[in-house]
Design a protein around this ligand. Sequence first.
Ligand code: FAD
Length: 216
Amino acid sequence: MRKKRKRRKQGSEDSAISSVNGKKVNEMGSVWSRLGAEVNVIEFLDHITPGMDREISEEFMKILKKQNIKFHLNRKVTSIKKTNNGVQISTSDKNGDSKEFNCDVALISIGRKPFTSNLNLSSAGVKSDEKGRIKIDKKFQTSAKNIYAIGDVIDGPMLAHKAEEEGIAVATIILSAIGSNNSPSLDSSPRTLANIPSKKSVNDAIINNIKAVKSP
Ligand SMILES: Cc1cc2nc3c(=O)[nH]c(=O)nc-3n(C[C@H](O)[C@H](O)[C@H](O)COP(=O)(O)OP(=O)(O)OC[C@H]3O[C@@H](n4cnc5c(N)ncnc54)[C@H](O)[C@@H]3O)c2cc1C
């Protein structure tokens, strides 16, 4: 793994890895950081882990900073170019001040989409929506009678435990052992970040029904 680089141009940051933020990038960046790489996280917003509780987000960033990950918030990526030594990421802040990041690897994690475009779904009679998500009914059945779909390729949060529960539910439905749909409620499905330490959250509908009590 590349060690800290000595020469540093003004307005530029050199590191082994620069990550263009997203929840997954925090996870992967923290793995690489713990393996010894210098990691810079570039985030457009003024906080990391958007969608999670702000207090958790702030505490989480403090923990990651202690793991030597550097954060560059309120910074927009304008271009990423390959160079002879790796990758150059150009960024600018709200005032238009630019800064370049020269690194070995750029990890990019902005949004995810279902990986269905090359599956030739239509030839099997499986319909998908405008975002490429496979359409299903309440029993995970697609428009093709004997084909079911679960996980990241269908509507809903792209989370491991959601896919897992749906897999169990659809297996139960197919076997008709119970005869009812065990589909997990997405309203109560928690979200996780598999960092060290890990972070978990549930959606606002549940949080609004919980009285928060803080101990000193
Ligand atoms: C970096 C990263 C970090 C993540 N962290 C978290 C986390 O902390 N918490 C969380 O809840 N979720 C997390 N996720 C999301 C989680 O991994 C997914 O939501 C979950 O794996 C979805 O399960 P799945 O079965 O739908 O798809 P997958 O787990 O992607 O499984 C699909 C499988 O199908 C195979 N495949 C694809 N196309 C074909 C084909 N044509 N023929 C045969 N096989 C094929 C793939 O190779 C793969 O093995 C993370 C994802 C990433 C990428």
